[in-house]
Design a protein around this ligand. Structure first.
Ligand SMILES: Nc1ncnc2c1ncn2[C@@H]1O[C@H](COP(=O)(O)OP(=O)(O)OP(=O)(O)O)[C@@H](O)[C@H]1O
Ligand SMILES: [Mg+2]
Length: 258
């Protein structure tokens, strides 16, 4: 077990208003290094907006984001990627007319571009190529490397997307509904892949996921959001037993099978 009590990512009263709507309402959470931390809550609870605040895709109205002890609140997304925060989007974000290899190579180059010098081009090329093959193998797409992304089955597209997040070797992965739209029989494979990356790769994973069986079985910690606020947080067993959560969100439908 590599999980520690060290906090890698923290928010302090982070808030995002869209006009009169408070999408994220003074949320304070602490994410332990090397943990799998799920964010759950009904549609419109503010989960995606919260991820956008962590990744720098959105500027908060107020509050702070602290990453490895450093205030990154006002850093834009191209900076947070450099710091080691990688994120996915709820909607598939791949280049359909490029191959699997080209998609991942582009993503792996995202980190190097700031320091790019033309006289280093050939060593960079080799480095990115090696990195690309490593990532392709990690996500299990070696046989598909030369396949155009748009012709991949949906499940493989989600693996490709995961590979694109992994390519710059982030320490924290923000995964927004990575299993969305997948056939239910394909879900366990992708989840096992995510868990493998988290555990073997010593990554911290934050996961937005609607499938309660998945959330309850893989999470080290769960934060429940409701109407922009944190309704509850705890281990899967604590969340499943929480009466407020059951009433507001789970509707008594989920029963913990332990
Ligand atoms: N750019 C925006 N402008 C205005 N309102 C927004 C914007 N983005 C999100 N919202 C609103 O903020 C609230 C939270 O939305 P968000 O997408 O964060 O919820 P979510 O928990 O991710 O929901 P879902 O489970 O459906 O993905 C919703 O009421 C949404 O309509
Ligand atoms: Mg969302």
């Amino acid at each position: 077990m590599t999980m520690t009590t060290e906090i890698i990512l923290e928010t302090q009263n982070i808030r995002k208003q869209f006009g009169a709507l408070i999408a994220v309402d003074d949320v304070s959470i602490k994410v332990r290094k090397n943990s799998l931390h799920a964010i759950i809550g009904p549609n419109g609870a503010g989960k995606t907006t919260f991820f956008n605040l962590l990744s720098g895709n959105l500027e908060p109205t107020s509050g702070k984001v602290i990453y490895k002890g450093r205030d990154i609140t006002h850093q834009p997304v191209h900076r947070t990627i450099h710091f080691g925060i990688g994120r996915s989007f709820q909607i598939t974000n791949i280049f359909p007319n490029l191959t699997v290899f080209e998609n991942i190579r582009l993503a792996s180059q995202a980190l190097g571009s700031d320091n790019f010098k033309f006289w280093q081009a050939s060593s960079h090329f080799k480095k990115y190529e090696e990195r690309t093959w490593h990532v392709i193998e990690t996500v299990g797409l070696k046989e598909r490397a030369q396949t155009l992304a748009r012709t991949l089955p949906h499940g493989d597209q989600r693996k490709l997307e995961l590979g694109m997040i992994l390519a710059p070797d982030p320490e924290v992965l923000l995964l927004d509904e990575p299993t969305a739209g997948m056939a239910s029989e394909q879900v366990p494979e992708l989840i096992a892949l995510i868990q493998g990356i988290q555990k073997q790769g010593n990554k911290t994973v934050m996961l937005v996921e609607h499938n309660m069986n998945v959330v309850m079985s893989v999470s080290d910690a769960i934060t429940v959001m409701h109407q922009g606020m944190v309704l509850a947080e705890g281990t899967p067993a604590e969340i499943a037993a929480n009466k407020e959560v059951q009433t507001a969100y789970l509707g008594g439908l989920y029963e913990l099978n332990v």
